[in-house]
Design a protein around this ligand. Sequence first.
Ligand code: GDP
Ligand code: ZN
Length: 303
Amino acid sequence: MRQGTVIRAAGGFFAVSDGDGRGYLCRARGLLKREKASLMVGDRVLFVPPQDDQSGSKTDSTIISSGVGVIEELIPRTNRLSRPLVANVDQLVIVMSLKNPPCDWQLVSRLLILAESEELAAVLCLNKVDLLTREELKDVAGMIEPYPYPVYYTSAVNGDGIESLQEQLVGFCSVFAGPSGVGKSSLLNAIQPGLNLKEGPVSDKIKRGRHTTRQAELLLLDGGGTVVDTPGFSRLDFTGLKPEQLPGLFPEFDSFLGLCAFRNCMHLAEPDCAVQQQVGDTLNAMRYGHYKYFMTELLQQQR
Ligand code: GDP
Ligand code: ZN
């Protein structure tokens, strides 16, 4: 038996990649099939390759083996996202452009909170740096200093920062997120020409409806690692999140939580608040602004 990852699923068939660039068409062992929808894209599995084609297809994710292998076992998942439907995601790559369209910093924080609540690592990719002057770039860097997540400055047009971003993807399963038009597809194409991040128009997504959540596909990167073909976190509401959970989703607050005068401090306007005292110093003022905004939103939802 071999270990592999399900990179595509359709009509009871699964495309399994063995991690060495070989793909196999497989069916699931009866037991796995009966548990409804038990196998999904991203699942790590143990499988027996087809008898007639032990070598598998060498053409990346395209399966051309004539035989059909059998998936025998599902290795327990580390996590499972529902939109897009995919298992074992390691990191969220939040892509924003700095111009055309301008960066929505509050949306960045919102996506970071969603990543934190799913226990995903997150990085920020600021794209289209070719459209900014040095001064403008310096201003951006100053505004987000200090920032509690890795930041990549990239240009899909002139190649700036592409190599560093590429290194960040090696060995991980990444899902990209960000508004349309910021350059997600262009970045992936710059990283690996021929990859095609699907990005349907909004109306398309709505038409697909609630009941037909399309299964995602994993794109295999030549350098190792995978990318989910569908952008993540298209739903941005904080459903199920309680106000008292919010401070824990701002990792830069960690070292100050518990140091406030009030044990149940919400870090809004309370006196002797260790968080508020650090704003503009070790805590980024813009990020704290987002914290206050989201906290207000969560408190209102509770009423
Ligand atoms: P997506 O909707 O996020 O996948 O964005 P696309 O990759 O489709 O890019 C949207 C538009 O921005 C296209 O016209 C791209 O050519 C352009 N674009 C993408 N990356 C860059 C960049 O780094 N610099 C500039 N100037 N334009 C870019
Ligand atoms: Zn406080």
